[in-house]
Design a protein around this ligand. Structure first.
Ligand code: 0GY
Length: 299
């Protein structure tokens, strides 16, 4: 069987998103944006990419928009997941169906034309994503990434990056060379066992201090936590970043939570974590409304 022929059915060990998340007690401020979530398939309409490293369960736009409303959010930023490769059709379809209430982050190759980028822009795409986790994507040469960033910069887009904390030192020169803002997924995946004072997390903070074009998603405690729900061991990391960089932080639920192991996150519990690290109404408004609106809806 070649990769094109791989079954589109979800992996045997795949954890499906929570069937009935709890209703959060925390009420997000009006106009709140869930700035990191995905759509998967449905595979019959939008097949998963041949080069994917995993095959998820279908998790489409209808379910995403229902969750948005249930959790008390008004908008989504839908991020292209690696299982769809550079085929952004499921993303575009969801953006168009959202009627202006969603923006997108796509994955593109360096051969993409200006017209194709303009089409993505019209659909609501405002960024491209580069993934540096080998379990998720094959290595793309840095010069190719730079050329893609140069192509999207004139559209006012930014670059979203997903990497492991240990790789930041090696990647910083690449990020510094990009002509766009850089948005970091999941706080650069700190090792929470090390604590916020450890040089690893302090290097991340120093980077954000030194480069005003770096933004951070204080998301995915469910991936980083060693303690499990309600993920209190991740709060000091989130709180440090939110209080120090209140104008460059975003939050996302990461539904449908690809590749979780051990447990499936309750999206309501994730929302109820927000006031633990964004402790004032002003910080919450910046995190959930002002910042994502500036980055995704003002361009
Ligand atoms: C996330 C995290 C993961 C997956 C992806 O694009 C993806 O496949 O981002 C992960 O496995 O850690 O942000 O959804």
């Amino acid at each position: 069987m070649n990769s094109q022929d791989r079954p589109q059915t979800m992996d045997a060990d795949w954890l499906v998103f929570h069937p009935n998340p709890s209703k959060p007690r925390f009420r997000p401020p009006p106009g709140s944006v869930d700035a990191h979530c995905h759509v998967f398939g449905p595979a019959t309409q939008f097949p998963y990419a041949p080069e994917r490293k995993y095959t998820p369960c279908d998790a489409g736009k209808v379910q995403l928009f229902a969750l948005r409303d249930f959790l008390g959010f008004e908008r989504n930023v839908i991020v292209q997941a690696t299982c769809h490769g550079k085929d952004n059709r499921a993303l575009e379809d969801a953006l168009k169906a959202a009627g202006g209430r969603a923006r997108g982050v796509a994955t593109v190759g360096e051969d993409i034309s200006r017209d194709a980028l303009a089409g993505l822009h019209a659909a609501g795409v405002r960024g491209v994503r580069f993934n540096f986790l080998r379990r998720l994507a094959d290595f793309t040469p840095h010069e190719v990434l730079r050329r893609i960033a140069a192509k999207v910069a004139p559209f006012g887009w930014h670059v979203v990056v997903y990497f492991e904390a240990a790789d930041l030192g090696e990647l910083r020169p690449l990020f510094a060379s990009l002509p766009t803002p850089v948005v970091v997924d999941h706080m650069g995946r700190p090792d929470v066992a090390l604590g916020v004072d450890h040089p690893q997390f302090q290097a991340f903070i120093r980077w954000m201090d030194e480069d005003q074009d770096v933004w951070c998603k204080v998301s995915c405690p469910e991936r980083l936590s060693l303690a499990g729900p309600p993920y209190d061991d991740v709060v000091p990391f989130q709180r440090t970043i939110v209080e120090r960089f209140p104008n460059r932080v975003l939050w996302g639920a990461d539904w449908p939570h690809p590749n979780l192991r051990g447990h499936m996150a309750d999206d309501g519990v994730l929302v109820d974590q927000i006031p633990k690290f964004a402790t004032t109404a002003e910080l919450q408004r910046k995190l959930l409304v002002d910042n994502p609106m500036r980055l995704y809806w003002a361009r």
